[in-house]
Design a binder for this molecule. Structure first.
Ligand SMILES: Nc1ncnc2c1ncn2[C@@H]1O[C@H](COP(=O)(O)OP(=O)(O)OP(=O)(O)O)[C@@H](O)[C@H]1O
Ligand SMILES: [Mg+2]
Length: 363
């Protein structure tokens, strides 16, 4: 994890804004997956993005990287607004990894890193893939850089292995190397330690610190709170598409709203509180209505009568649910949990990612 030629930029250098997302909103039909999110990442920083499943974290990454065109809002990199096109975003200096690993499984480890380098070589992606004459010339330099990156992540001894034969944790690291190959100024990591054992997770932590020390800002999504709070200078928490809180690790760690969001308990100002309250009210109404109808003479209630009550209650509850389902129907119908695969993406530009993602989302 050394040997890098990149300069270090951490300590006293004045911080500049690397990423600025302003009012990013993403709607899918009636579902608003991301609502007016502002987020800034500065040079030298590691920023964490947390939130329960379905909070909109990956969708937000997809908006930042041009995989989705946000319904509203803007994304700037080092002061320039980015067009929502993946290859433009990569060219500008933002690289990413995916929650569901996306590698060329039948290519070698080294080749996967070389493909990640195509934005920084004149040859371009197709030449890299087809290994044409132009590519061969640039190959030596690119290979040296790719090997350097493999050393950095500790996979230099597996350069000639097929990506598909790597254990899961190493595939995640290889994705990071591929992302680094585009010489980014900012790297977005979507659940980099999902599926890793504790030892691998600790190593990943070190790797991310080292990436930061190379002068690359980091924005990382993770569910492993110990990992996040150890690693990050700042943490933002998304709940139901909205940024609930942003602060230092210790500010966010102790915040009762964050704890409640993870435990699924409502709290004051909860973006989902209105929905929860409506469901609760409907349930209470059903509870109140059912016994009144079913118990004309309540005093000598037999077992059979109790069972009848339960049945009526169940029916009433089912009715309320059916009503609720009807009103919610249209957004649900369009929702698709894996936001990555059917993205309105620019397929040629994101083709490093387009061939492989058949596996499910790793949690
Ligand atoms: N392409 C899409 N079409 C419709 N709905 C989508 C799409 N992508 C994501 N969603 C919905 O947006 C919401 C947020 O999903 P997202 O994957 O961003 O959550 P997340 O915070 O990354 O969750 P997790 O921690 O489980 O990865 C979910 O309700 C999801 O079903
Ligand atoms: Mg996600």
């Amino acid at each position: 994890m050394n040997n890098m030629t990149t300069t270090t930029d951490t300590t006293t250098a004045t911080k500049t804004t690397v990423l600025e997302a302003k009012g990013v909103t993403m709607r899918f039909g009636g579902l608003t997956a991301v609502k007016g999110v502002d987020l800034q990442v500065n040079s030298g920083e590691i920023v964490g993005l947390i939130g329960p499943n379905g909070a909109g974290k990956t969708t937000f990454f997809n908006c930042l990287t041009g995989l989705y065109v946000p319904t509203e809002g803007s994304v700037s990199y080092k002061g320039t607004v980015l067009p929502p096109k993946p290859h433009k975003v990569t060219e500008a200096g933002i690289a990413r990894t995916f929650q569901n690993i996306r590698l060329f499984h039948n290519m070698t480890v080294l080749e996967n890193v070389l493909v990640g380098r195509h934005t920084r070589t004149k040859e371009g992606l197709w030449s890299a893939l087809l290994r044409g004459p132009g590519f061969k010339k640039a190959e030596a330099a690119s290979e040296a850089r790719a090997m350097e990156l493999l050393e950095f992540i500790g996979l230099e001894n597996k350069a000639q292995h097929l990506a598909k034969n790597l254990p899961y944790g190493e595939q995640r690291k290889l994705e990071i190397a591929r992302a680094l190959a585009s010489d980014p100024g900012l790297i977005l990591l979507d659940e980099p330690t999902a599926g890793m054992n504790p030892q691998e997770t600790r190593a990943a932590e070190e790797l991310i610190f080292a990436i930061r020390d190379m002068g690359i800002a980091v924005l990382v999504i993770e569910h492993d709170m110990r990992f996040i709070f150890n690693l990050c200078d700042r943490v933002a928490c998304l709940v139901q598409g909205e940024k609930l809180i942003e602060g230092t690790a210790s500010e966010v760690q102790g915040d009762e709203r964050v704890i409640a969001a993870y435990l699924g308990e409502p709290f004051e100002g909860d973006p989902g509180a209105a929905d929860d309250a409506a469901v609760e009210a409907a349930e209470a109404a059903a509870d109140a209505a059912a016994p009144a109808e079913a118990e004309p003479e309540a005093e000598t209630e037999t077992e059979a009568e109790t069972a009848a009550d339960a049945e009526v209650e169940a029916e009433a509850a089912a009715e309320v649910e059916a009503d609720a389902a009807e009103t919610d129907a249209e957004p649900e119908a369009e929702a698709d949990a894996d936001g990555d695969t059917d993205a309105p993406a620019d397929t040629d530009s994101d083709s490093t990612t387009s061939t492989t993602s058949t596996e499910g989302e790793a949690k």
